[in-house]
Design a protein around this ligand. Structure first.
Ligand code: GLU
Length: 444
């Protein structure tokens, strides 16, 4: 049995029921086979793959809090410190009822590779809670965040582990958590990223994942002689990543005709009016169907059908496994030429294989959505320097980083004889750096 197969089987055996984690490991190991076969003895001797798939530390804790009716409530809280070979653990916190250890293992594993691709000194981590922010008052959110941080603060630090946002965790939640961290430790340090602009946050961090996604999409299209201008795009989701993906895609001349949330999707043939989406989602924290109530000519459809909307470019920006084989076939049949992932692992394995086998341009999340965490690393730099850079400075750095990622990914694919396979390219390029750093630091 090959080393890669052995490790995949061991992962499945030792992490029962954690299917998203198995999926993430399989996708990476399959595309690393050539690299690993070529260096098998060295990697086996240092148990490199065994170490790569085993989180360095899993912290899990109880989060007690009291709701507005005075009732005692309990949630599960976690932080997974996956790999710190190339820098302090770095990655978001997700608050969503679907959060469990398996989901966080998949996210932490992906994060390790993504962070390596940015070229910046950040390791991989992830955390969160099964707490559902939907329908909670600001006061309940604050009480929950304070309780969550009362345990988490023991395990994090600016040079140790630097959490940020993810699904269900944005500026409001990070603010409450930062306030509590400071109160518990007395430290005013860059321990969280995605902070507000008045207390150490970085300009462009809010926009970064979406902008970065469109920057790398543009590079990928350009290298195939295609322009984004005039193209029709659909963007699933309507959270932070989706909103700033639409903003940048529109700035660069694309028409975005559909967006969604977990209940359904809106279609606006004239192009989404983003100021209305922002008002609904960022200010009122409402649902996407409200868009159709205020924009004449737009249509709201209940359910998951967004991938049936004809488009040139599909940008899944909602959540894992939101796009399956049937969806991939529908996209292709409707003339879609390119897919870039704003969410983490939104295309399932069969959909990914379909894109690769059918000549579609496909940029996987760990490269395509790395702009968010890359800008988090820029926030860490500014905090350490006790400086803040202008919007233009940060945006330019983000743009350069995304171009750099595209080049690294495309070159790695070419080097291993799979030109245009950006899944393989992303996995190989990020693995090379992590493997190198791990081996240089001895058996730890
Ligand atoms: N949650 C984001 C991600 O999946 C950002 C993480 C960060 O900024 O640390 O990459």
């Amino acid at each position: 049995m090959s080393y890669v197969e052995e490790i995949y089987n061991k992962t499945v055996r030792e992490n029962p029921g954690e299917k998203e984690f198995h999926q993430a490991v399989k996708e990476v190991l399959d595309s690393l086979k050539l690299v690993i076969d070529a260096n098998e003895t060295q990697y086996r001797e240092t148990a490199l793959l065994e170490r790569l798939v085993e989180p360095e530390r899993i912290i899990s804790f109880r989060v007690p809090w009291v709701d507005d009716k005075g009732r005692a409530r309990i949630n599960k809280g976690y932080r997974l410190q996956f790999n710190n070979a190339i820098g302090p653990y770095k990655g978001g916190l997700r608050f969503h009822p679907s959060v469990n250890q398996g989901i966080l293992k998949f996210l932490g594993f992906e994060q390790t590779f993504k962070n390596s691709l940015t070229g910046l000194p950040i390791g991989g981590g992830k955390g969160g809670s099964d707490f559902d922010p939907k329908g909670k008052s600001d006061h309940e959110i604050m009480v929950f965040c304070q309780s969550f941080m009362t345990e988490l603060y023991k395990h994090i630090g600016a040079d140790q582990d630097v959490p940020a946002g993810d699904i269900g965790v944005g500026g409001r939640e990070l603010g409450f958590m930062y306030g509590q961290y400071k109160r518990l430790t007395g430290l005013y340090e860059g321990v969280l990223t995605g902070k507000g602009l008045t207390y150490g946050g970085s300009l462009v961090r809010t926009q970064a994942t979406g902008y970065g996604l469109v920057y790398i999409l543009e590079e990928m299209l350009k290298s195939h002689g295609i322009s984004l201008e005039g193209k029709t795009a659909i963007v699933s989701g309507s959270g932070n990543v989706a909103i700033y993906t639409v903003e940048k895609a529109q700035q660069l001349g694309a028409t975005v005709v559909a967006m969604s949330d977990s209940n359904g999707y809106i279609y606006d043939k004239d192009g989404i009016k983003l100021d209305i989406v922002k008002e609904i989602k960022e200010i009122r924290r409402g649902r996407i169907k409200e868009y159709a109530d205020v924009v004449p000519g737009s249509v709201y459809t209940e359910g998951k059908g967004i991938w049936s909307v004809p488009c040139d470019i599909a940008l899944p920006c909602a959540t894992q496994n939101e796009l399956n084989l049937e969806d991939a076939k529908t996209l292709k049949a409707n003339g879609c030429i390119a897919v870039a992932e704003g969410a983490n692992m939104p295309s399932d394995m069969e959909a990914t294989e379909f894109f690769l086998d059918n000549g579609m341009l496909f940029m996987p999340g760990k490269a395509a959505n790395a702009g968010g965490v890359a800008t988090s690393a820029l926030e860490m730099s500014q905090n350490s320097l006790r400086m803040s850079w202008t919007f233009e400075e940060v945006d330019e750095k983000l743009h350069d980083i995304m171009k750099g990622i595209y080049t690294k990914v495309a070159d790695a694919a070419k080097r291993y004889g799979v030109s245009g396979n950006y899944v393989a390219g992303a996995n190989i390029a990020s693995f090379e750096k992590i493997a190198n750093a791990m081996m240089a630091q001895g058996f730890v």
